[in-house]
Design a protein around this ligand. Structure first.
Ligand SMILES: Nc1ncnc2c1ncn2[C@@H]1O[C@H](COP(=O)(O)OP(=O)(O)OP(=O)(O)O)[C@@H](O)[C@H]1O
Ligand SMILES: [Mg+2]
Length: 412
């Protein structure tokens, strides 16, 4: 069948709205009757982009490692985004909070991917605390505006970037997710909030503590706790390496798995329901799998051998991490401690790898492999585009140091 016939067949069978969009594109491309004048040209070009984005499934912009409860959690966030009147327009704003390692960034990136079609590709995830403000601004320009990409390199100062962002994002319906907001980043966040986005723009603001969000005048009704994992999802994270279908687990196996998963749950406050900690589940699951394979009875035996010290609460999560950490290759431990105590800000991942290589006196290829393994075990937060150690691990290392553990030589 000729391609023309295929197109005709497709058009016959697709929605009227899409058919109309295809006709628009054909008309603009074939007849070349783009009205002159920069503004009109831009508008027409934008129509094409919008039309194409409806026709083509967009590839996820932010890679997320396999995530449990993804659709449920993304839908919860979408439903929660409250309409507010902002700069005379209706936009939707929500705050998302929860302690370190509970899955905020994972959910935020996944939510961006989930919303790509809804926003015709105009979605952007920015993380504070890592790369510098200028890199963030450039990423925002790239994702949310039609700023000419060939001119991006010529922007070298933050004021320039901000001016261009404000100009180009004006009236543009967008989804902006600002992650890892702390007191230090409030001013920068305010700049983003000050832009004149288009009607029905959505902005998701993420911090570990709800009071940071309140400093941005987000009232508590507009703030949600990061959705909690359900029991089945927690078990699935724990057993990820076993590649088993959770509903097919036998009763005994299931009992073992649940006992191990419960070791990674804690109460955030006295009256709250237990919350499963995904980072702890991932670290524990990988640790037990590498040590005992698929024999879950051995997993439970090891869990039972954990000290009962602070079995509940946050310290309980640290005990889990400690087990995974203590059984690690000492060279890996050294890298973790080194990153947790000396990690510089604003270094690109490649630079950090070289920097660790020099300071830990290891081969470059060894460090690259180690970093990948540590990422798999949830000790490193992400590798691309930036390399960083997880904040929860930083805290864990600090606590270990505080206890003057002999193993903790940080004088490199
Ligand atoms: N729903 C989930 N399914 C599977 N794994 C998850 C899920 N949520 C989080 N994780 C894993 O847990 C770890 C911690 O998640 P994440 O980095 O998103 O936490 P966070 O809340 O952003 O922490 P921080 O406040 O320190 O930035 C990651 O390794 C991530 O892959
Ligand atoms: Mg995070």
């Amino acid at each position: 069948m000729s391609s023309d016939k295929v197109v005709k067949l497709l058009l016959k069978n697709c929605e009227r709205e899409i058919r109309q969009k295809v006709e628009d594109i054909k008309h603009i491309i074939h007849h070349g009757n783009v009205p002159t004048g920069k503004k009109r040209e831009k508008e027409e070009a934008w129509k094409i982009v919008e039309a194409i984005s409806i026709l083509l499934p967009l590839t996820p912009r932010y890679p997320v490692p396999s995530m449990q409860g993804e659709t449920r959690m993304c839908q919860e966030v979408a439903d929660f985004l409250n309409p507010v009147n902002f700069n005379g327009k209706e936009i939707r704003i929500a705050g998302l909070y929860g302690m370190s390692g509970l899955g905020k960034s994972t959910l935020a990136k996944s939510f961006c991917n989930f919303s790509l079609e809804n926003f015709s590709g105009k979605v952007c995830f920015l993380q504070f605390g890592g790369c510098n403000a200028l890199d963030r601004q450039k990423h925002a320009l790239q994702c949310l505006t039609q700023f000419p990409m060939d001119q991006l390199k010529s922007i070298t100062c933050e004021d320039d970037a901000q001016y261009n962002f404000n100009t180009f994002v004006k009236g543009q319906r967008s989804l902006l997710v600002l992650d890892n907001i702390t007191e230090d980043s409030i001013d920068e966040v305010r700049h983003y909030l000050g832009a004149e986005y288009g009607e029905n723009t959505c902005i998701l603001l993420i911090a570990r503590r709800v009071d940071v969000l309140k400093n941005l005048n987000i009232d508590s009704q507009s703030c949600m706790h990061v959705p909690r994992l359900e029991k089945e999802e927690a078990i699935a994270i724990l057993l990820e390496r076993m590649y088993v279908k959770i509903p097919e687990l036998g009763a005994e196996q299931r009992g073992y798995a649940l006992k191990c998963a419960n070791r990674c749950s804690f109460k955030e406050n006295k009256d709250s329901a237990p919350t499963f900690h995904p980072l702890a589940l991932k670290a524990l699951g990988r640790h037990l799998f590498s040590k005992h394979g698929t024999d879950l009875s051995k997993w439970v035996a090891e869990i039972d051998g954990f000290t009962n010290r602070a079995a509940d609460g946050l310290d309980g999560m640290f005990v889990v991490l400690e087990k995974a950490f203590d059984d690690m290759d000492p060279r890996y431990r050294r890298i973790v401690v080194f990153l947790a105590t000396h990690m510089p800000q604003n270094k690109s991942s490649d630079n950090v790898v070289k920097w660790v290589t020099t300071n830990c006196n290891e081969e470059l290829c060894y460090i690259k492999e180690a970093v990948k393994d540590l990422y798999e075990n949830a000790f490193i937060e992400e590798i691309e585009p930036e390399f960083r150690i997880h904040y929860f691990i930083e805290e864990f290392v600090q606590i270990k140091q505080y206890k003057h553990d002999e193993d903790f030589d940080t004088n490199f």
